[in-house]
Design a protein around this ligand. Sequence first.
Ligand code: C5P
Length: 226
Amino acid sequence: MSKVIIALDFANKQEVTDFLSNFENEQLFVKVGMELYYQEGPEIVRYIKGLGHKIFLDLKLHDIPNTVESAMRGLAKLGVDMTNVHAAGGIEMMEAAKRGLGDGPQLIAVTQLTSTSEEQMHHDQLIPVSLNESVVHYAQCAQKAGLEGVVCSPLESRMIKDATGDDFITVTPGVRPSTSDAGDQKRVMTPSQAFKNGSSYIVVGRPITRAANPKLAYDEIEEDFK
Ligand code: C5P
């Protein structure tokens, strides 16, 4: 199974169908995020699963433990392969999420969003330690709660694996092939750099979804992530 997760940042099912038609007879690992899920609902997950692809449902749950547990029970019934919560919800919430989701799908945590600067973290969250310390602490909390890994920047993978061990997975967006435009991503790594820095999976959107030839772009990224 591919370790390159394609971010399906599309507004509706038709756009998804058009894109996936480039990959007939190939099993992909795709990420469905809030935009698509809140437009199309659970049906979009059933549809993509029906085509035989694996799904990372990126909804970043964060609520009281009981609510998160029930929500996860529902997502498990949809057959998602990977989903996530905010580590800021706490260890008890993450344990409840894991109970609700059950043993099959992988559950990972968001630590500090990569859009959060150290200054914002100090000011808005009143967390006095460094951003790296906060990220590592949240990763360790996720591990304690029985989660399989975290979403993080490829620049943080090595540091997290040093603190949690190699079996704890890191799923990293912010990846750009050397030939492609960084767009709004500020600090990026190429697929091969991300691999060397310890990324277990990479999440890639526009370099594939907006490529003139998406299949070719995907194959090149797969080849480079080694
Ligand atoms: O198009 P691009 O490759 O930048 O898409 C990356 C995907 O990963 C998008 O779905 C984006 O929302 C998501 N993401 C990210 N950075 C984070 C967390 C998620 O780019 N820190």
